[in-house]
Design a protein around this ligand. Structure first.
Ligand code: NAD
Length: 250
């Protein structure tokens, strides 16, 4: 049996699927990840500082102009469209088979595909707040702001994207909901993540079900624990899974 046929079979037999994903789920939508050969971490020579430094709270506070230059040019992809992975997960939620998508991504592509139960561990580029009065600003307002650093129209304070920077804590409620969803799941599909960014990556250890599927192009620390390992591009694999599932329903 081909891996995608096995995955389709397991999806068909599950009622409580949870997907845990990372940047690799969006590379086929044109958004680079951090650690692949084409990832942002490999482009360091063109950057003034390493990405982990520029994406830290300290750096944001001390050099907001450099932060926003990097953030706007490398982290924002407003025209990106969902791929086969995002689309299949949204469809499984509508069928009542998938309980939650837990993502380390900040790009909003799961929601764009139609998913509604998305736990965003690292926040979202689509939410931005004034650091003083907490007024909301859209992604477009941050992108089109004339100054190097976007500022609140009302009090002039910096507008901070609602993304979790290095040195910042994850939202406790999102973490709690993620643990609960994973520990209740009967099928855990992990996709497009190097499983190296903590504490997000350790969430997968709360899984108590029988079947773990790991879909990642490069090896991860969790490979030995997976019941099914798939290294082909996740968007293409999920498209094939969707075809198998719909043929089965016909
Ligand atoms: P990562 O870059 O550490 O790992 C991505 C993994 O995905 C790699 O191991 C790579 O082999 C795999 N991969 C890439 N393309 C793939 C594909 N098409 N099919 C299968 N596997 C593929 O990413 P991470 O584990 O998510 O951690 C990095 C951090 O970067 C996260 O905190 C995330 O918030 C942030 N980030 C987010 C985005 C986004 O929102 N799209 C983009 C870049 C970074």
């Amino acid at each position: 049996m081909k891996p995608e046929e096995r995955l389709a079979q397991w999806i068909g037999e599950s009622r409580n699927i949870v997907f845990f994903g990372g940047a690799g789920t969006s590379t086929e939508s044109g958004i680079p990840d951090f650690r692949s050969a084409a990832g942002l971490y490999r482009q360091e020579e063109q950057l003034p500082y390493p990405p982990e430094v520029m994406l830290s709270r300290t750096f944001f506070m001390e050099h907001p102009d450099v932060f926003f230059d990097f953030y706007r040019s490398k982290m924002l992809h407003p025209d990106a469209e969902p791929n086969g992975c995002h689309r299949l997960l949204a469809g499984l939620e509508k069928e009542g088979r998938l309980q939650a998508v837990i993502t380390q991504n900040i790009d909003g592509l799961h929601q764009k595909a139609g998913s509604s139960r998305v736990l965003e561990l690292h926040g979202s580029v689509h939410r931005n707040y004034c650091m003083k009065c907490a007024r909301f600003y859209s992604l477009e307002e941050v992108m089109t702001a004339e100054d190097a650093v976007p500022r609140c129209q009302h009090d002039g304070a910096i507008i901070k994207p609602d993304v979790v920077l290095y040195e910042e804590e994850l939202n406790q409620e999102t973490l709690y909901d993620s643990v609960e969803a994973i520990s209740r799941a009967d099928l855990l599909i992990i996709g497009g993540t190097s499983l190296t960014v903590q504490p997000a990556a350790s969430l997968v250890t709360y899984f108590r079900g029988a079947r773990t599927v790991l879909m990642n192009a490069d090896p991860t620390p969790y490979d030995a624990k997976a019941n099914l390992l798939i290294t082909d591009p996740i968007g293409q694999v999920m498209e094939r899974v969707a075809v198998i599932l719909s043929a089965g329903q016909a």
